[in-house]
Design a protein around this ligand. Structure first.
Ligand code: MRU
Length: 376
């Protein structure tokens, strides 16, 4: 059902009272011989089409071209991708298995550089493989064990999202307008999202929340994805072009900003979709709280500051020939970083599965990792 028809079925937007997350981003179907079913987000909102993926290069391609995107969802897809890659290679000995594992992991790790969940997930899968490889070599058993681990990563992400939503939902007051950038919803995770989980939870408890979704140039994750999934869930959403954020804030129409993250350094600097930094500065200027909602799997405690976060540069065509419309003269130079870094001083707080994390960030992020384990 399309967002439009499901909205019709529910009735007028002003009567919407509760939210129900309907977007299903990815899932594994069957046992070790099964496949990865993945919603192709490049086609949204025009088409809802699931890809049936059985081969490693197709998973890598799906991550690169953003058919699956958003830090936690990339991590989950990579875990299933590792299973597919090993299945293809079917190594006959323990030594061959170790070589295959390293090769497949390296190929997946090269798909996108910024979201740390990708590397966290691959490291966790490799650690599981190491733990499973102790006894007599059985490829069947190893593959089954790794599929279980990938499923566990997926289910864990669902729990983390739910907990982020519950903690963050309490911060929102009924009647508030929340501005978000990019898509940090169900489409970006294995569960109900991070920034949007905060909204979903608030709405579930009866609060009246309206979301302003920044369009998010150049790939329009806000216009295409955030608006789609919020409409599907019955949440009041308004799309605004990126350059309307200052006007919305200065006219008192935004009470709070909530965004997701791709990587959070040990000092609290945040890499997120290009444009997030500008939104954070605007929020500070207008005295509006700026929250970053992210699970512990998005923190990189071994990356000291934002300077150490690799920022992905993407193809110029996304800016000057996006969605088949030529908007600049061919051959013009283009600057197209996929992410920027918001300095920690602009962040009011991090909404994590363990609750609200406030300054001083260096100390409090280190504490988070005493309880959540280390990586990154
Ligand atoms: O390039 P994308 O679409 O993968 O970028 C996604 C974002 O920047 C999200 O805000 C971030 O990954 C958080 S998703 C919960």
């Amino acid at each position: 059902m399309s967002a439009r028809s499901s909205r019709k079925a529910r009735g007028d937007r002003t009567t919407r009272a509760s939210s129900k997350v309907t977007a299903l981003t990815l899932r594994w179907v069957g046992g070790p011989g099964g496949y990865l079913s993945l919603l192709d987000q490049t086609l949204l909102p025009a088409r809802v089409k699931y890809l049936r993926i059985r081969e490693l290069p197709v998973v890598i391609d799906a991550i690169r071209r953003l058919a699956v995107r958003g830090a936690p969802a990339i991590g989950v897809a990579a875990a299933y991708g590792l299973v597919l890659g090993l299945r293809e290679e079917a190594p006959a000995t323990a030594a061959a298995f170790r070589r295959s594992l390293a090769r497949v992991k390296k190929r997946l790790a090269a798909s996108r550089p910024t979201a740390v969940n990708l590397f966290w997930s691959l490291d966790r899968m490799a650690a599981r493989a190491g733990a499973l490889a102790g006894g007599e070599y059985s490829f069947r058993e190893l593959l089954r064990g790794l599929l279980d681990e990938a499923r566990e990563i997926h289910e864990e992400d669902q729990r983390l999202c739910r907990a982020i939503g519950e903690h963050g939902g309490k911060l929102l007051r009924s009647g508030w307008n929340v501005l978000t950038h990019c898509n940090a919803g169900a489409l970006a995770t294995g569960g109900m999202g991070t920034a949007l989980a905060v909204v979903y939870s608030a709405v579930e408890t009866g609060k009246k929340i309206r979301v302003f979704a920044d369009e998010t140039r150049p790939l329009l994750q806000g216009a295409r994805l955030t608006s789609w999934e919020l409409m599907e869930a019955g949440v009041d959403v308004t799309v605004a072009c990126d350059n309307a954020a200052a006007s919305l804030m200065s006219t008192g129409q935004v009470h709070c900003v909530v965004v997701g993250a791709d990587r959070i350094a040990a000092n609290g600097d945040v890499a997120n979709k290009i444009g997030t930094y500008g939104v954070a500065i605007l929020a500070r200027e207008h005295g509006i709280p700026f929250y970053v909602a992210a699970p512990s799997t998005t923190f990189a405690p071994h990356t000291a500051s934002g300077d150490g976060i690799p920022i992905e540069q993407r193809a110029s065509a996304e800016v000057i020939d996006g969605f088949g419309v030529k908007t600049s003269p061919p051959g013009v130079d283009v600057y197209n970083p996929a992410f920027d870094v918001t300095p920690a001083r602009y962040v009011t707080g991090f909404i994590t599965e363990q609750g609200l994390l406030e300054p001083p960030y260096k100390r409090n992020i280190a504490r988070l990792f005493k309880t959540a384990g280390t990586h990154g």
